[in-house]
Ligand binder design. Structure first.
Ligand SMILES: [Zn+2]
Length: 114
């Protein structure tokens, strides 16, 4: 696929953002296709006339991007959990929190500290 055609699908001509997502794909007379894309930065919608191979390559690129984003989110979640565990552990070591901080206040329930 020519660089210019890739740029039409992957970037916004108005704001230059590369946060462009495919919203709809319409098959026309072979091998042409219309791909509706939306810019995530400025919200502009547009249709790009391309061919089936270019649209397929674009789809594969989007799938790779989704995989990378899912991996980044998973690493972010794991880092956040590790950070929360470290903070909680430090709070326990300094007696800033104890089991009483997590007790549910319900009438009729016996509490060890009363
Ligand atoms: Zn844009």
């Amino acid at each position: 696929m020519a660089r210019a055609a890739r740029l039409l699908l992957r970037s916004c001509p108005l704001c230059g953002s590369e946060w462009v997502a495919r919203c709809e794909r319409e098959a026309l007379a072979q091998p042409h296709e219309n791909v509706a894309v939306r810019c995530g930065s400025c919200g502009t919608w547009r249709r790009v006339l391309t061919n089936r191979w270019a649209a397929d390559a674009y789809e594969r690129g989007l799938e790779r991007d989704r995989g990378r984003m899912a991996g980044m989110l998973e690493r972010f979640d794991r880092d956040q959990m590790a950070r929360a565990a470290r903070l909680f552990s430090a709070a326990l070591e300094r007696d800033l929190v104890d089991a009483g901080d997590f007790a549910v206040a319900r009438p009729g329930y016996a509490r060890a500290d009363h």
